[in-house]
Design a protein around this ligand. Structure first.
Ligand SMILES: NC(=O)c1ccc[n+]([C@@H]2O[C@H](COP(=O)([O-])OP(=O)(O)OC[C@H]3O[C@@H](n4cnc5c(N)ncnc54)[C@H](OP(=O)(O)O)[C@@H]3O)[C@@H](O)[C@H]2O)c1
Length: 352
């Protein structure tokens, strides 16, 4: 059994990790931390876990995380990088759901997150946690910086168009002019109290935010450059808050090049993702709904070419807490421990 520790067990991604890992046949949850709720039983805070998890929250200092095989950090940025060195020295693998191990450039990290990076040497060996793109590296990794929620939807939505293996080296789209119009449910902002996510503020309402620059922009651009194998990427990324609890819907707009006009994009996407257990390319003409992935690790994509013109529109849906966070974390853990990638992740989405 894999001994798992979770730092930040009271947040939304933390409780989602508990839900998934309680059903994982190869996992023993060893420790769950909370600074504010130390001593409280997990089932008291989350009755959905009654009879499934018989543990109490402990403070991070008392959690004996060095005795685990792997520790998930479901915490704000800055927490994992402060503890990674000690855990790695004790032979513990680290999976961070925050941004500490995503951006490879420490100056970019400081610019967007307002703090110095605490361990650039560990950042250098960390692997970006997006299995469909980085599977082989994740298998060998000691530290994984899980892809963010919006970045997962945008990168997997665009990968077939940019990956040189699928395009035969030809530029099918103008990579310098990509538009991502993305929407997220309010659980994306976490469980902490904030005015913007109060029911009276966010229900029956719809707004964009972060148009000038959002922290996920440099992460997505870094990822798209790596997929494309070149630096000529320009992205306009506009996130929106929707009155959903769970779900991300990204609508991606790209302009085709001359070389890209004659391509069958439905086939390109189906071929690219044919062996991926969690990516579903829907039939031509589909409009995927966020509820078709609610509670599951699946991500659904539909490719449209309105009027057979030179603009391609790609629709992507995922559950921000599963494929956008904790499910992707379990998927990476499975790879890191040599398990079948789908272990513990075969839940079907809730409908309605
Ligand atoms: N929500 C999403 O959809 C989503 C998706 C992808 C990635 N993420 C990322 O995942 C991380 C967690 O997100 P979330 O939505 O679950 O946040 P959250 O609901 O606000 O929960 C944060 C958790 O971290 C703990 N915590 C806070 N500061 C800590 C510290 N200094 N040391 C130890 N524990 C600390 C909190 O518990 P105590 O205060 O009781 O210790 C709480 O359990 C964030 O970095 C977020 O950006 C979130």
């Amino acid at each position: 059994m894999i001994k798992v520790g979770i730092v930040g067990g009271t947040g939304y991604t933390g409780v989602e990790l508990l839900r998934l890992l309680a059903q994982h046949p190869e996992v023993k949850i060893q420790a769950i931390t909370s600074r504010t709720e130390a001593g409280m039983s997990v089932a008291e805070m989350f009755p959905s876990l009654r009879g499934r998890i018989d543990l109490k929250f402990t403070s991070p200092a008392e959690a004996k995380l060095q005795e685990c095989d792997v520790v998930f950090f479901a915490t704000p940025h800055g927490v994992a990088m402060a503890q990674a060195k000690e855990l790695l020295a004790a032979g513990v693998k680290v999976l961070d759901l925050a941004a500490d191990f995503r951006l490879k450039d420490t100056a970019e990290f400081t610019k967007w997150y307002g703090m110095e990076h605490a361990c650039p040497e560990i950042l250098a060996e960390a692997v970006y946690g997006l299995p469909e793109i980085n599977r082989e590296a994740i298998k060998k990794a000691r530290v994984v910086g899980l892809a963010g929620c919006y970045p997962t939807s945008v990168q997997l939505g665009l990968a077939p168009l940019l990956a040189s293996a699928s395009t035969g080296g030809k530029a099918l789209i103008d990579g310098t002019h990509i538009i991502s119009d993305s929407k997220s449910g309010t659980s994306g902002a976490g469980r902490k109290a904030e005015i913007g996510t109060l029911h009276a503020e966010s229900s029956d309402n719809f707004k964009a935010y972060g148009v000038k620059g959002h922290r996920h922009l440099p992460e997505i651009v870094q990822g798209l450059k790596a997929i494309a194998g070149h630096d000529q990427i320009g992205l306009t990324f506009v996130p929106h808050l929707t009155p959903l609890v769970r779900g991300i819907h990204s609508t991606l707009y790209v302009r085709l090049t001359e070389a890209g006009l004659g391509v069958d994009y439905q086939k390109l996407y189906e071929d690219f993702y044919q062996n991926e257990p969690f990516v579903d390319v829907m039939p031509a003409g589909s409009h995927p709904e966020t509820r078709s992935v609610r509670g599951s690790n699946g991500l659904r994509i539909a490719v449209h070419r309105p009027g057979n013109g030179d603009t391609l529109v790609i629709l992507v849906v995922e559950d921000n807490l599963v494929k956008g966070a904790s499910g992707q974390g379990v998927q990476c853990m499975n790879l890191m421990f040599g398990l079948p990638e789908t272990t513990g992740l075969t839940q079907i989405a809730l409908s309605p």
